[in-house]
Design a protein around this ligand. Structure first.
Ligand SMILES: [Zn+2]
Ligand SMILES: [Zn+2]
Length: 385
């Protein structure tokens, strides 16, 4: 592309006109001010054009029809918008104004620890003692990192600004960029005699014991936030938060789905046929060994109605897991009917009599309509769905 055309200037345009034209286009197309990819491409083109026309040798080479980049390709579009504006306006673009020193005092990081609890503890809440390794404020220097009796002093290299200017020569002229001061690592101050206890960091690692109250209803992956219990920040800055992530161990009997609990109970065939009432332990019964609260409901009654089929679900309302925001799930019990095995002669005789009375000596079997039905529910019950 013709650089004159790209910048929209005449072939005999003077340096000031070319500079003005480029400045106008840079304002319009620089990626820092115009994120459109087309504009970015355009910015590269006009920068390239300016690089040719602002350099007398390259411009002359182009005018003769030669290669203006025979002497090597320039740095082109690698400068930021503020760099370019600074080059033109001597620091009004913003970067040369600086961001100032970075503070030595900062907020500490959040911390995450995992806590294994069992299902009853997750459901009904538990108080646990946790050992946590975190950074706490150094008591020797009270967080400022300087040995007792000494103080941080202003950095001589940057005069406390935390930044130093670097000057680069380019086709745009001199470009000043600010970089963090290496002498003070950008802090603007230097600790002449760092505290020996914390090596100047203002904090030391220590192991603390925390008492954490896990609320009722938490589930796998729930994070309990403990505000201000994370690590203390550098320079004695405010502490971050500590998150306790809950991991619930599998229970031998109960599985959890949302706030509902599921379990499976087996009953003898005779009980399923005749009906009975069973008294079974609740999940809360697990807590009875740890606490002696009289409020604990340690058992529930399951009514097995006469003629109960294997795979029948019975829902016991509000015997599930308490919700984190109130309410309580249900307990769903799947009843599995057990066929008697190892019959003795008397039992076999009785069953033969029963079969005879019911006209079942020569059963034909009944093909059932294809559906999830009892079989699907049974399978789901065993798979914990
Ligand atoms: Zn210290
Ligand atoms: Zn410095």
């Amino acid at each position: 592309m013709d650089p004159y055309e790209l910048l929209g200037v005449d072939r005999d345009a003077d340096d000031a006109t070319i500079k003005k034209a480029y400045r106008k286009l840079a304002r319009e197309y620089h990626p820092d001010v115009n994120p459109d990819p087309v504009a970015q491409e355009r910015f590269k083109e006009v920068s390239h054009a300016y690089e040719i026309l602002s350099d007398p040798q390259k411009r002359a080479a182009y005018d003769r029809g030669g290669d203006p980049f025979a002497g090597g390709f320039g740095a082109g579009a690698g400068f930021s918008f503020t760099d370019i504006m600074d080059a033109f306006f001597g620091g009004q673009g913003g970067a040369a104004a600086g961001r100032g020193p970075r503070p030595r005092v900062r907020r500490g990081q959040d911390a995450l620890i995992r806590l294994d609890i069992d299902l009853a503890e997750a459901a009904f809440g538990v108080t646990r003692e946790l050992k946590v390794d975190t950074a706490v404020t150094c008591e020797t220097c009270h967080g400022d990192g300087a040995a007792p009796g000494t103080k941080p002093v202003t950095c001589e290299t940057c005069g406390g600004a935390g930044e130093v200017a670097h000057v680069q020569r380019s086709f745009l002229g001199e470009i000043r960029t600010l970089r963090p001061c290496a002498a003070c690592r950008g802090f603007g101050t230097i600790i002449p005699e760092p505290c020996r206890e914390c090596s100047g960091d203002g904090r030391v690692r220590t192991r603390r014991t925390l008492t954490v109250k896990i609320p009722a209803g938490v589930d796998n992956g729930t994070r309990v936030q403990l505000a201000g219990q994370g690590e203390v920040g550098p320079g004695g800055g405010p502490a971050g938060d500590l998150y306790v992530e809950i991991q619930v161990a599998r229970h031998q009997v109960f599985t959890r789905q949302g706030n509902d609990l599921h379990c499976t109970v087996t009953v003898p065939m005779t009980a399923a046929a005749l009906g009975t009432v069973l008294t079974l332990p609740t999940l809360e019964a697990d807590l009875a060994s740890e606490t002696s609260s009289p409020d604990l409901v340690t058992s529930f009654e399951l009514e097995v109605k006469p003629g109960t089929q294997s795979g029948t679900d019975q829902t016991i309302r509000a015997y599930g897991v308490p919700g984190l925001r109130g309410g309580r799930g249900d307990l769903v019990v799947t009843i599995i009917v057990e066929t008697p095995t190892a019959l003795d002669p008397a039992q076999e005789e009785l069953l033969n009599q029963l079969a005879s009375l019911r006209g079942e000596q020569h059963p034909t079997g009944q093909l059932r309509a294809a559906s999830r039905g009892m079989f699907g529910r049974l399978r789901d019950a065993f798979n914990g769905h």
